[in-house]
Design a protein around this ligand. Sequence first.
Ligand SMILES: [Fe+2]
Length: 431
Amino acid sequence: MHSFDFVPVKLRTLPLDVYLECKIYSGKPEESDGTDAGFSLLCENQTVTQRLLDRLKRAIFPDTRIYIDRQYVIGALFSKGHYLGFSEADVTAIRNHENPWEKKKRPAPIPVKPAPKPKDSPKPGKKIELEIVGAKIFQDKLRVEKFKKTIEEYNITKDIAENMINTAAETGKVDKKQGEEITRNIQKQVNSTETALVLRAINQIRSADEYLHTHCMNVAYLNGLIGKWLEFDEIRQNELVETGLFHDLGKTQIAPEIMQKVEPLEASEFDEMKKHPVLALEMLMKSGMRNKAVLEGVIQHHERVNGTGYPKGLAANDICEYARITAISDTYDAMVTRRVHAESHSPFRILHEFEQGSYSELDFRYVNVFISCMVEELKGKEIIMNDGREAIVLYVNPSRLLYPIVEIDGTIIKTDDEFYCARMKNILEDD
Ligand SMILES: [Fe+2]
């Protein structure tokens, strides 16, 4: 028999792998606002109610555990437990001081002590050793060759995208065949190439004059990755990539002095800029595009779930899925563009800032998928610290994105605001 004060709980209908740790207490009458069905959730120093719990249920991943007070479990679960994914058998087990998930414990935390030296044949389950072996692969010549091939394919697609955007600027129409070719290339590359390499290609430094076609293409790539992570079928992934590719097409019809203005736009100029989703729709229609899902995604890509977007100020589920996903890719790529020229463009800082600034405007559920998959891609990768030393990313706590745990010369170190990641190591640096 196992006794415990807090019971780990899996929320029902949860997708993969984000880890949120919080505690649930029975709601005290004086704290209840009448909408929380008798309990409240204490999460990162914020007491939230059933409404947030419902949002969490839609957004959190299946391995996520929340912790619920055992007394509360016993007292209230039969009536409220279904909200949290408890079955009757679970409740009985908890009542008997058993932990129904005891056999599915979370992986043990990484000990903060010197890591064992990497061995040629790591024993199964030794995560740290596997990560180090992973880092060795990272340095392998084969990987360099793969990266060069990824960049080559990316650049070929970029040339076609540049051509497509230039033609669109001149004619007000899009060449459907070029659009299809780009979409096909991106989809193929996203599904057949290691995601980390695709992300590296997207994050290359770009000049101001290649911004529009590179941005459209990168958003298409990111949409493709999100479609893959969400396990979209081929047709939906294709539509999502197309939505990304065409989302800013309307900007080709905006006056260059507005497009290229470095200073903040005047209100009237911003009003002009805000016409670009409608202009894109018109151009696509003129070009014979009839896919309603893609057209809807394009015209709604600046709508925001809190209703602050444009052109219609739609909110939440009134915004189509492709537009909600494209808004994430669009925001992320714009952030990478701003950061890529900065002295430090740590991917952890970008993800942290993205997370901080995005929750009220972007779809919480997709943001979580995006961040957790991005974090997964960073594990085992080589980074350069602010003192110039190389390190390997071992672990990233999703609630502490800025400061990963890294390994340097066999020592595992928690990073912080004095010792932090400055940038990813360039794959070609050792070549
Ligand atoms: Fe846009």
